[in-house]
Design a protein around this ligand. Structure first.
Ligand code: NAI
Length: 486
């Protein structure tokens, strides 16, 4: 049986990054992936949606026009757009494969099951079984010809990710009632689409399909869309989406969904029925922690199936680590990769503790949203005295030149120290602006750090020091009546 220093289960952004980093650390690595390398992020998430997002954004500027241009005629072929998306995905997926190969990582294409845990005290490796589906079985579901193989490893990193949540009453048939997995592959734009759940996925697809001409209806259980975001951001996004004729219905309880009518029928608890060609169910994700042998070997999970880990991403069993969506923290690709690096570094003997307090995220509606650290409404702010600064895109030269007037950045600074403790905003390239604030926060920076960082002019990034300075009423390009009261 071949022995490895580390066996990584799952080849998504947590697993493949852990493998690449560990190979740099001089370890002998195996990666087991039952589907394609790159996981949800590359194949069914971040990357393919951003291809569709950027095409939708381009279409938006063609439709709404740019000053001085009169575009009488334009045309697109959605199937070509999907083909381009597939090209981008396959370039990135094969890139990951090439990097792993170049670092001598052994990649096994099969489903992993942990037979026994490593025994660190007695220096005994854990054993992992890999079930490799034969090509014939892919077609006829007959399991008899599956091949099995076993490897052993001194350490195991579990990085199996998450999948779209299913509710039996929603009868997801992967045809007309679909999840974010299938919606990326439909070859034509539906006339109408109902989206159940106005969270991150729901809003991103509402923006995309609305641009391409679908009549979009969003049905959200809670009283607001993007309910985990800052309230002002949620309202602002609602206003933008509604202004594009997206129908947003909040505090709605869906009873069931069934195939029929134009494609599918959504029945609400009130008895009302909504027909649509496609229904997208985007109500959250479930964790892929079953059928891995975790419970059998005694790995502790919480009541929701999350794997419990310590600050080093190690589970209760020495030598077994877990990373990404299946542990605590938000389900984000970059957080998963960070988790992978933390696990890899600890296995290499460099004790590194994880810290999610400076963890940014982005939501790609048009214009996009970016957030870092604390935001108004967070419980942690109840015990902190803080100030809020804001700056609008409409007052930034580059934003006007780009005809990107819509949006604002809001920054929170601690009263006593001037430390930047959070920021959120919506506007062109907001995720990139948030990257700057992330760096300042990473280095524990304060108002002066933002002020004395020289920003190239003209850039959208000039919004950052202005918003930060506005928290103490000192933004240069903003009139603040409070400062000049006689
Ligand atoms: P989510 O948790 O963001 O939103 C789900 C929404 O569905 C919530 O607003 C919830 O109230 C609503 N909901 C739940 N049950 C419902 C029901 N029965 N009827 C109507 N509404 C219902 O989950 P989502 O959008 O599925 O995304 C999953 C994860 O993927 C998120 O945690 C997110 O972090 C990640 N993601 C990140 C992206 C990014 O970073 N740009 C993009 C897409 C996803």
């Amino acid at each position: 049986m071949e022995n490895f220093d580390i066996c990584v289960i799952g080849g998504g952004p947590a697993g493949y990054v852990a493998a690449l980093k560990s190979a740099l650390n001089g370890m002998k690595i195996a990666v087991i992936e039952k589907d394609k390398l790159g996981g949800t992020c590359l194949n069914r998430g971040c990357i393919p949606t951003k291809v569709l997002y950027s095409k939708a954004k381009f279409l938006n500027s063609l439709k709404s026009g740019v000053s001085g241009f009169h575009i009488d005629k334009y045309n697109y072929n959605y199937e070509d757009i999907i083909n381009y998306k597939d090209e981008v995905v396959s370039t990135l997926v094969s890139g990951v494969g090439k990097l792993l190969k170049a670092r001598n990582v052994s990649v096994f294409n099969g489903a992993a099951f942990i037979v026994s845990a490593p025994d660190k005290k007695n220096n005994i490796s854990g054993v992992i079984k890999i079930v490799i589906k034969s090509q014939e079985n892919n077609n006829n579901n007959n399991n008899n010809n599956n091949k099995e193989l076993e490897i052993s490893a001194s350490n195991i990193i579990v990085a199996t990710g998450s999948s779209p949540a299913m509710i039996p009453a929603f009868h997801i048939d992967h045809n007309n009632i679909i999840t974010s997995d299938e919606i990326l592959n439909i070859k034509s734009i539906p006339k109408d689409i109902a989206i159940i759940g106005a969270g991150v996925i729901g809003c991103e697809f509402a923006n995309i399909f609305n641009e391409f001409g679908s009549k979009v209806t969003m049905l959200e259980l809670l009283p607001a869309i993007l309910s985990t975001e800052d309230k002002e951001i949620s309202k602002f996004t609602n206003k933008i989406l509604a202004s594009k004729d997206i129908e947003i219905r909040t505090s709605i309880e869906v009873d069931n969904i069934s195939a029929g009518g134009k494609g599918a029928i959504v029945s609400l608890k009130t008895g009302e029925k909504i027909e649509a060609e496609k229904v997208l169910v985007s109500i959250g994700r479930i964790l892929n922690t079953n059928n891995l042998g975790l419970k059998e070997i005694g790995v502790e999970l919480d009541s929701k199936g999350k794997i419990k880990t310590d600050v080093h991403n190690e589970t209760n069993i020495a030598g077994i680590y877990a990373c990404g969506d299946i542990i605590d923290g938000p389900m984000l690709a970059h957080k998963a990769s960070y988790d992978g690096i933390i696990a890899s570094e600890n296995i290499a003997g460099r004790k590194r503790e994880k810290n999610y307090s400076v963890l940014p995220w982005s939501i790609y509606v048009n214009p996009p949203i970016g957030t870092i650290g604390l935001k108004e409404g967070d419980k942690e702010l109840e015990s902190i005295k803080y100030r809020v600064g804001r700056f609008s895109y409409g007052a930034n030269g580059m934003a006007l030149a780009m005809e990107e007037k819509e949006g604002f950045l809001k920054v929170l600074t601690e009263d006593e120290t001037g430390k930047i403790i959070g920021a959120t905003g919506i506007g062109a390239d907001m995720p990139e602006l948030i990257a700057e604030i992330t760096a300042i926060m990473h280095f524990n920076g304060n108002i002066k750090d933002a002020e004395f960082t020289i920003h190239s002019h003209p850039t959208l990034s000039e919004i950052v020091p202005e918003a930060v300075l506005d928290s103490i009423g000192e933004a240069i390009h903003k009139y603040n009546p409070r400062m000049f009261k006689k």
